[in-house]
Design a protein around this ligand. Structure first.
Ligand SMILES: O=C(CO)COP(=O)(O)O
Length: 241
């Protein structure tokens, strides 16, 4: 059975002080969180040390939002997998559509990042998803299958998470119908040799739609952007019924 993972992707939000303030409001709600799910916070690099110290030994796992494929070297502005594991980071978001759109990342660089993350013991959360134009042109299936195939060349599927994030649903409030997300995630699973890979849905997940999303048989979790910034709201998402 795939592990259920609910992850917040804070993107470029929260200073260290704001991250700690979030935790104060969030942690008390975790007493009600059933044991069947993992709770992950993917914070900016600068907030990771303080979160790591505060969360040590607790219920919440830490994630980063990117990782470079080399162990070290002349790569100004980049962060290596070893730098993240040293901080107690467990997960790393890779190939997010914002990285692809604004920073020129490709399936090929996502693939290199996934491999280097796994080598260092990090669990990659590989993001895939089609644009509105691609969906309207009937290309959703081909786009997703290609992203999965190229992103997973030579990748060990035993320590891997995939997030299906249709680009048109990210930050728009325009959630993908839960049944449609379920269908595409089923299609992704067909491409995998390991059927127990956790496959999350992401794109305008909110407290008022999480129950329906998580009721779908193929969906094993959520990658939550905007709604993960508010402690009470994200707690409601994590504690979905
Ligand atoms: O990009 C996302 C998570 O990685 C989704 O963002 P929103 O939840 O803000 O739509």
């Amino acid at each position: 059975m795939p592990k259920i993972i609910i992850a917040g992707n804070w993107k470029m939000h929260k200073t260290q002080a704001e991250a700690l303030e979030f935790l104060q409001g969030f942690k008390s709600h975790l007493d009600e969180t059933p044991d069947d799910r993992e709770v992950v916070l993917c914070a900016p690099f600068t907030a990771l040390p303080v979160l790591s110290k505060t969360l040590h030994g607790g219920r919440i796992r830490l994630g980063a939002q990117n990782v470079h494929w080399e162990r070290s070297g002349a790569y100004t502005g980049e962060i290596s997998a070893a730098m993240l594991t040293e901080l107690g980071v467990h997960y790393v978001v890779i190939g997010h559509s914002e990285r692809r759109q604004y920073f020129g990342e490709t399936d090929e660089t996502a693939n290199l990042r996934v491999i280097s993350a796994q080598k260092q013991g990090l669990i990659p959360i590989l993001c895939v998803g089609e644009s509105k134009a691609q969906r309207d042109a009937g290309e959703t299936e081909t786009v997703i299958i290609n992203q999965i195939k190229r992103g997973l060349v030579d990748v060990d599927q035993s320590n891997l998470v995939i997030a299906y994030e249709p680009i048109w649903a990210i930050g728009t409030g325009d959630t993908c119908e839960a049944t449609e997300a379920n269908r595409v995630i089923g299609l992704i699973r067909e491409q995998l040799s390991n059927k127990d890979v956790t496959i999350q849905y992401g794109g305008s997940v909110k407290p008022d739609n999480i129950d329906e999303i998580m009721a779908q048989p193929e969906i094993d979790g959520a990658l939550v952007g905007g709604a993960s910034l508010d402690a009470a709201g994200f707690a409601r998402i994590v504690n979905y019924r």
